[in-house]
Ligand binder design. Structure first.
Ligand code: GLU
Length: 444
């Protein structure tokens, strides 16, 4: 039995594409509100558009929600008292509803389709974000509710399901405001009270245009591939168009649940700021312990992380070196590589810029000898050794510094060179210098 006092929200995606950040944010607001009020969060798949809906998109949407940590109490895979949760399996219900309106004279047939007969007057509703909204029915055409192929239109199916599933609050994108009067008319026609509506602002790119591929990744799962943590994405999305009313930004899932309310949703458009997302991600990465961090980085793919697990003290020092500079898991993966394997190629620009003089090789060889001989394998000693050698040979210290970096990483940028040398250890440093020296001999 439905208890009218139970707060029930739903996310109702059409599986015509992957889970977009805008959709994810809508799902998240509904989820937060349901959790805040001890309610129920329903997932319903609106797949009545047979041509555009694809089963693999449903899988993609479920994966995206799960990755973000949004669980559903009723819906695909979990079932529930109002099953089925796929609109394509509820067609008979919509046909019966259309017939009901036809029989009661509130709809009429028109060339095989069934249209709703819009009554005269005005249609009003109070939007939790935008306040009272009024539409003059004169401007609402007698819209189709059941097509001639007996498939329902969105307005009919969404209202039937929201009634049947006892939905109390509909939180969805601003682009649905103009659909709402038609839906309110249908609620009235069925003799039901409409739910509370909250239309949330759309998400814009930095140029204030609607977020699209042009702005970068739009599918939630792309963000996983780009090295973002789901908890950072969750926090970031929760603050896209909603605010706590204070300066607090770093909020855990539980804190967001405690604080979420419809009043905090802003009427203005929300801007998707990638730098801000990076900031959140960095903060969440910094919260992870070394062990957790290694586990997350390892989760990115088959890559030799065993080394980090083997020597926790050494790993901690490596990670401490990288923590301030890595904002995404992919950056860790990239920056960790030189600690495990020598370069497979050398940045040609770096070689040209710093190592094209014939003496460069000899300087590097002298440094290699000095590093074989030095007793003190510390940052200070290694730097001192390099600078003294440069001076003695009337070479530029920069040549040796950049040359050594290229020898260690193949690249022109890396974390602090001497810290890195200490962590790599004498054997690897000397060996990689030798490999670069040999490679330079082969260059014209
Ligand atoms: N299937 C609709 C959409 O994806 C749902 C809109 C609604 O929440 O009513 O836009």
């Amino acid at each position: 039995m439905n208890n009218v006092w139970v707060t029930r929200l739903r996310f109702a995606p059409s599986p015509t594409g992957y889970l977009h950040v805008g959709g994810a944010r809508t799902a998240l607001f509904n989820w937060l509100y349901a959790r805040r009020h001890g309610g129920v969060f329903v997932l319903r798949i609106e797949d009545t558009d047979v041509e555009r809906s694809q089963a693999e998109m449903v899988t993609g949407i479920l994966d995206g929600l799960r990755w973000l940590g949004i669980d559903w109490d009723e819906g695909p895979e979990v079932g529930g008292p109002h099953a089925p949760y796929y609109q394509s399996q509820r067609l008979e219900r919509y046909r019966a509803a259309a017939k009901q309106l036809l029989d009661s004279g509130q709809a009429f047939e028109d060339g095989g389709a069934i249209r709703f007969k819009v009554p005269p007057g005005k249609t009003t509703f109070v939007d939790s974000v935008h306040g009272p909204i009024e539409f003059d029915n004169e401007h609402i055409e007698s819209f189709v509710i059941l097509r001639s192929d007996t498939h329902p239109t969105y307005h009919l199916s969404v209202v039937c399901d929201d009634i049947d599933m006892a939905i109390t609050h509909v939180v969805r994108g601003d682009d649905h405001i103009s659909n709402t009067p038609k839906q309110v008319l249908l609620y009235n026609a069925f003799g039901k009270t409409p739910p509370t509506f909250a239309h949330v602002p759309l998400i814009m790119g930095a140029d204030k245009q609607r977020l699209s591929k042009r702005h970068g990744a739009t599918s939630v799962m792309e963000y996983e591939k780009l090295g973002y943590l789901p908890e950072a994405m969750f926090n970031f999305l929760a603050l896209l168009g909603w605010g706590t009313g204070s300066n607090d930004e770093l909020l855990t899932k539980d804190e967001l649940v405690q604080r979420f309310n419809l009043e905090g949703i802003s009427g203005g458009n929300a801007v998707f700021n990638t730098e801000k997302l990076d900031w959140f991600n960095h903060q969440y990465l910094l919260k992870l312990t070394d062990e957790e961090l290694v586990a997350r980085v390892g989760g990115l793919g088959a890559w030799g992380l065993e080394g980090l697990g083997k020597d926790p003290a050494w790993s901690s020092r490596v990670l401490a070196l990288l923590r301030p500079r890595c904002k995404r898991l992919t950056e860790y993966r990239d920056q960790l590589t030189p600690f495990f394997e020598g370069p497979t190629s050398y940045d040609p620009d770096g070689v040209k810029k710093h190592l094209s003089a014939p003496e460069a090789r000899e300087h590097l060889e002298a440094l290699r000898q000095a590093y074989i001989a030095t007793g003190d394998w510390t940052e200070v000693a290694l730097e001192k050794c390099l600078r003294e050698l440069a001076e003695a040979r009337s070479a530029k210290a920069a040549t040796l510094i950049h040359g050594t970096r290229i020898a260690m990483t193949g690249r022109m940028v890396s974390p602090g060179l001497f810290e890195m040398l200490v962590l790599l250890g004498r054997e690897r440093v000397v060996d990689r210098l030798a490999r670069l020296i040999a490679a330079l001999a082969g260059l014209p």
